[in-house]
Design a binder for this molecule. Structure first.
Ligand code: ADP
Ligand code: MG
Length: 768
């Protein structure tokens, strides 16, 4: 119905009079509608098809059917309102017609016809209202439809459930994510999706929502297929407008994300474990390992490095590496770390730190592309290594010089023996007052002094024959005190301060004398005017580590002899060289440089160690360590014989050196002995076999070609049981077992010998 336009009424009536009455009623009411007339249902349909009216008035009974055929239910579903007219009527029919879709029902009495315009306008108002209502409903339905569609096709699960967990609704995603069909999903309880062990907690969770109205999180669910999935959910509680509280839930499947996170956490854990292990390994390395930034700050340090930097690894970042060596304020040009930052290459340097330690420093660049971001510095303390190398080098040098000196001294010694021997033989033939005799005396004296010198060389080279005995060290020193006092003179006091019982040592007693004499002479030389020498004894037990560091052969108990003077002392350079043979500061003709090297040699030979401490201007202490032995000391057997050492016994003499052989034979024969002599040990055996009479003594050299003295002694003893043996030698290097040591207690005479020392020795062996 459009304002201003007349109402378009379609009147369907087969009775023209009735139609006319209706038309007049409208005209009488002052309204001027357009009224079209149709007489049958067919004409009605044609008219509607041509142009639908605003309202239709239909007589109930028409020639081709009843009007209710064209009604729609509800009436507003039709295109226009329809009013039914009938000439008869009752309430029942009216109700039925309106149920069928008639908007109104009019019984055509004359009053009703005249009332028709009012009824039509009333119907049009109702129609308008109905149409309005219909449109509103449609809008509502559409919006609801949109929301349903939205919910239905949401990728996230959307559902509702009650406070027992019973599911009330769920969208497509709910089915998809849970794996249950829409119907089955609706029959479920939220708890059914949880792992059985999580269901107890679900009640608590529902209680939580009831009290707080909201909850969110990630839950682990089990799908219809039995897979485990993770849903990230948000739930809110609705209490208004519903009979019982409802929980609205949305959830999203975040399984992939959770699994990725889990994998990441696991690999992070593994990485951490690996890193811990790696750091433990680095900490176990005794080298200093430090990671440095370009401004020379410590980024990381292993335990050794941290200890050197005097901190804990954790506290060191920002600390400067060069603190520990060189200049404590600046890295210097020798720093290989700086060089590596510059060049990007690994580097190497030997560095001495202020505490006089030596470091071998290697650097490795850590690069990002071409840029050196950090440098790893590996520092190794090589102080000890260097010191040991130095010791070894020194020992080798001494060994080489010793071997050389020993070789020369041995040959020299034999010749001195000849000079000494013949000068004595010649002297014996001359009148002591003769001028020639005085000359010979001088020759003999010079030869004797030379012999002393070679003896020192031989001692140093350890080629001297030693006859060690177990002695109480205090007694052995005490025995030498008179000799020492005579040697040193009156201006220097000697204090001997033996400790209670420092123990026994195994040593050739002549070594004690030699050591004390050499140290004594040096001390006297170092003291100008008056001074004191203090000799002390003590003992000490040394462990493995100490021995390794301080050049001892074996750990164990040592007896210490400390020899201290209050002399001039030495500077470090002198101190370093004192044990070198021929090293002297005493000027030509005064020192030989053989004193301390001799002491060094014999201390080594006795299994000991010597070291020296000295302060210029204050004095010097030598400490000698001898291995302590547990055996008892042997008594001294050295009866001095004043009687003329002569005899008539038969001596079998074996000596490969021709000149010495004839010299010794001459001496022995001169003293009354019968001598069988030979240069060859084999020949000696034959002589021993063939000789008719008794053989009382075998006097033999120790080192000879073919057979050594010891072997020869065995052979002769087998042929002539009870024969006595006296060995003579300048040295015995390798021929005798145990580094030139004769069996303890064998008779031995050292070359060069004097006529008297030889004849005395021969006599004493024969008499023993
Ligand atoms: P020499 O005494 O013939 O010089 P040594 O081998 O006995 O040879 O000594 C070597 C050097 O060691 C000496 O020249 C001296 O410089 C130094 N020396 C040895 N003992 C002492 C001491 N007690 N005090 C100071 N210097 C010493
Ligand atoms: Mg000396």
């Amino acid at each position: 119905m459009t304002q201003g336009k007349p109402i378009d009424i379609l009147l369907v009536e087969n009775d023209p009079a009735h139609a006319e009455a209706v038309r007049r009623a409208f005209e009488g009411a002052g309204t001027h509608p357009r009224i079209r007339l149709a007489r049958t249902l067919r004409e009605f349909r044609e008219a509607v098809a041509a142009d639908p009216p605003d309202v239709a008035l239909l007589d109930l009974d028409l020639p081709d059917g009843r009007a209710d055929e064209v009604l729609t239910t509800p009436p507003e579903a039709g295109l226009f309102p329809i009013l039914i007219m009938t000439s008869y009527g009752n309430e029942q029919a009216a109700v039925e017609l309106t149920k069928s879709g008639a908007l109104d029902y009019v019984v055509t009495s004359p009053e009703a016809v005249s009332d028709m315009p009012r009824r039509v306008s009333g119907a049009l108002r109702i129609w308008a209202f109905l149409q309005e209502h219909k449109r509103t409903e449609e809008v509502l339905r559409e919006s609801e439809e949109r929301y349903r569609d939205l919910v239905e096709h949401s990728n996230d699960l959307i559902c509702t459930h009650d406070l027992e967990g019973r599911i009330l609704s769920g969208n497509e995603a709910a089915s998809r994510m849970s794996g249950y069909s829409a119907e089955l999903f609706l029959g479920k309880n939220m708890a059914d999706f949880l792992e059985p062990e999580a269901r107890g907690g679900f009640k608590v969770y529902l209680e939580f929502i009831r009290s707080t109205g909201r909850a969110s999180g990630v839950m682990r669910v089990r799908t219809a297929a039995g897979d485990t999935r993770y849903w990230e959910f948000t739930n809110t509680l609705r209490t208004e407008g519903v009979a019982a509280p409802i929980v609205r839930g949305t959830a999203r499947d975040v399984t992939d994300r959770i699994l990725a996170e889990k994998a990441m956490r696991k690999s992070k854990k593994e990485l951490e474990a690996l890193s811990r292990e790696f750091h433990a390994v680095l900490d176990a390395i005794p080298d200093n390992i430090t990671r440095l930034s370009p401004d020379m700050n410590v980024v990381w340090a292993n335990r050794a490095s941290a200890a050197e930097l005097k901190g804990k690894p954790a506290d060191l970042s920002g600390c400067h590496c060069f603190k520990r060596r060189d200049d404590p304020d600046h890295p210097n040009g020798k720093c290989p770390v700086l060089r590596t930052f510059r060049t990007g290459e690994s580097d190497y340097e030997i560095i001495t730190s202020p505490d006089r330690k030596m470091w071998e420093v290697r650097t490795i660049p850590v690069k990002e592309g071409e840029r050196v971001v950090n440098v790893i510095e590996v520092g190794r303390d090589i102080t000890e290594h260097r010191r040991m190398e130095e010791n070894l080098r020194q020992a080798r040098k001494m060994e080489a010089v010793g071997r050389l000196a020993g070789g020369v001294a041995h040959d020299f010694n034999n010749m001195l023996n000849v000079i000494l021997g013949y000068s004595e033989v010649a002297l014996a033939r001359l009148d002591p007052g003769a001028a020639l005799a005085r000359d010979l005396q001088e020759i003999r004296k010079a030869a004797q002094r030379s012999a002393d010198l070679t003896r020192q060389l031989l001692a140093f080279s350890r080629k001297q024959i030693v006859v060690p005995k177990v002695v109480r060290v205090n007694d052995a020193i005490a025995e030498q005190m008179n000799m020492l006092r005579r040697l040193i003179g009156e201006d220097v006091r000697i204090d001997f301060l033996p400790s209670e019982d420092p123990g026994n040592i195994r040593i050739d007693p002549s070594h004690v004398a030699q050591i004390l004499a050499n140290l004594g002479v040096n001390a006297r030389d170092a003291i100008t005017g008056v001074g004191t020498i203090t000799i002390e004894t003590s003992n000490i037990a040394l462990d493995e580590a100490y021995c390794r560091e301080h050049d001892f052969q074996n750990p164990g108990e040592y007896v210490v002899l400390a020899f201290t003077d209050t002399g001039a002392g030495m500077d470090a350079e002198t101190l370093e060289r004192i044990f070198e043979p021929f090293f002297t500061t005493k000027g030509v003709g005064k020192g030989t440089g053989l004193g301390l090297s001799t002491v060094y040699g014999i201390v080594k030979q006795d299994g000991g160690t010597i070291n020296a401490y000295s302060e210029p201007g204050i004095g010097t202490t030598f400490r000698i360590y001898f291995p302590r032995v547990r055996e008892e000391a042997e008594g001294c057997v050295e009866p001095a014989r004043e009687a003329a050492p002569v005899g008539t016994e038969t001596v079998l003499l074996v000596e490969d050196e021709e000149q010495i052989l004839s010299l010794v034979a001459q001496i022995l024969e001169g003293h009354g002995y019968r001598v069988l002599s030979t240069r060859l040990p084999e020949e000696a055996c034959r002589l021993a076999e063939r000789h008719d009479g008794k053989i009382d003594l075998l006097l033999t050299d120790v080192v000879m070609p073919g057979m050594n003295g010891k072997e020869l002694q065995g052979r002769i003893a087998a042929l002539r049981p009870g024969v006595k043996t006296l060995f003579m030698s300048g040295y015995t290097a390798n021929a005798i077992a145990h580094r030139g040591v004769l069996d303890e207690g064998v008779a031995f005479v050292q070359k060069p010998f004097t006529v008297r020392s030889l004849s005395e020795k021969v006599r004493s062996v024969l008499d023993s």
